[in-house]
Design a protein around this ligand. Structure first.
Ligand code: FES
Length: 393
């Protein structure tokens, strides 16, 4: 058995980068909005504590741009302004007009065409990508953004999928949201009452092992225990007469008995475990016929964006039943009621100190992954002479 003792850590100081990342890790792409919700009217978002204006240039099929949402003249948000010339955005106050791609001040309208301030001011910009129907923004420290495909789940880059998604602003630190998603114990206890689990047999507890493959760490279920007898208290289980029987054999896909047909694209991934997590806070839950992802997007230290994406690897006419199933069922039960239980816990979780128990190995491994990867990035930036910006609280 792999059931060892946990180190007696009670705060986050063993992971200084993780501890400092209250408002998120820099150097990553984050999904911030539906592409269809960004048009020619500027929209303000907050990402990693930074106010950013998003605008789509050149109509429905044009590109989305992102700039720091604070006019350098007198500090008014550019998102309050609008577009006066193609390829630019103008501040509503005095008409300073910035190039969307470069951020260069192209005109200060109220100082005439020969304004000497032009060419002397550049507004910071952010790299933007549109993937999976979402707008993604890269927040870094001045380095070039890596290709977004290097950060997206590999199976979504390599295969055609039909997607259902949900974006919800939520209260609470993004780390609590990510830890909750990957948390071993809560799936068996917090969610035992969810409608999603209503007919599903749930073990009381299980032995797990965390394994790393590439950028992801996986929870591998080794042994499940369906009944327990607690000394001095008595028996307890998660079953009820209307629940399905526990599976005879434990599968590491979909938490099922391994008897359901697995989608060929999903089977081909040979995922070692049901739940996996990667930087900068992406959860992947694999079911036999679909995959559910959660992106925990840091807004600031006290708020995050919950972005839930459900993917089925279908094309052509097989797409229609997916939408019927997603809109009629999954969206409410899974992205709705089930996920609302998580939302509730993230809102009420208090900051460390904490006293961890055995199933929290999943949390420890995630924190360690974050810490190690960040260490690598800091070293890489140092090699380029870039001093990382400290996280903002
Ligand atoms: Fe933006 Fe004056 S504050 S132009």
């Amino acid at each position: 058995s792999r059931l060892g003792r946990l180190p007696g850590r009670q705060d986050w100081s063993s992971w200084p980068h993780y501890q400092a990342a209250a408002a998120g890790f820099r150097g990553y792409w984050y999904p911030v909005a539906y592409g269809s919700h960004i048009g020619g009217r500027p929209k303000q978002i907050t990402l990693l504590g930074e106010k950013i204006v998003l605008i789509r240039d050149g109509g429905r099929h044009g590109a989305v741009y992102a700039l720091k949402d604070r006019c350098p003249h007198r500090g008014v948000p550019l998102s309050e302004g609008n577009q006066q010339f193609p390829g630019t955005i103008s501040c509503p106050y005095h008409g300073w007009t910035f190039d969307l791609a470069s951020g260069d001040l192209k005109a200060a309208i109220t100082d005439g065409p020969a304004s000497p301030i032009c060419g002397k001011v550049t507004q910071p910009t952010y790299e933007v990508a549109e993937r999976l129907g979402l707008v993604w923004v890269f927040v870094g420290d001045g380095e070039d953004a890596p290709p977004i495909d290097e950060q997206l789940p590999e199976e979504l880059v390599a295969n055609t999928a039909v997607l259902g998604s949900r974006i919800q602003p939520r209260v609470g630190n993004w780390r609590f949201a990510c830890e909750n998603g990957y948390d071993e114990g809560h799936a068996k206890y917090l969610h035992r009452t969810s409608l999603w689990r209503m007919f599903k047999a749930m073990p009381v507890w299980n032995e797990t092992r965390i394994v790393q493959r590439g950028r992801w760490i996986f929870r591998v279920q080794e042994q499940q225990y369906w009944d327990a007898d607690f000394p001095g208290l008595g028996p307890w289980n998660n079953q009820a007469w209307y629940k399905l029987k526990p599976p005879a054999k434990v599968s590491n896909i979909g938490n099922t008995g391994g008897h359901r047909e697995v989608d060929p694209v999903i089977a081909a991934q040979e995922f070692p475990g049901f739940a996996s997590v990667s930087m900068p806070g992406v959860l992947r839950i694999v079911y036999p016929t679909f995959i559910h992802y959660e992106f925990y997007v840091p807004v600031d230290a006290g708020n995050h964006l919950y972005v839930g994406v459900l993917a089925e690897f279908r094309t052509g006419r097989r797409v229609l039943p997916f939408y019927a199933k997603y809109l009629g069922f999954i969206r409410w039960l899974f992205h709705g009621e089930f996920s609302a239980q998580d939302k509730w816990m993230v809102e009420v979780t208090d900051a460390p100190p904490e006293r961890l128990y055995r199933p929290d190995e999943s949390l420890l491994k995630w924190r360690k992954l974050a810490e190690d990867v960040t260490e690598e990035r800091v070293a890489r930036l140092a090699g380029q002479g870039i001093e990382p910006i400290a996280a903002k609280d």
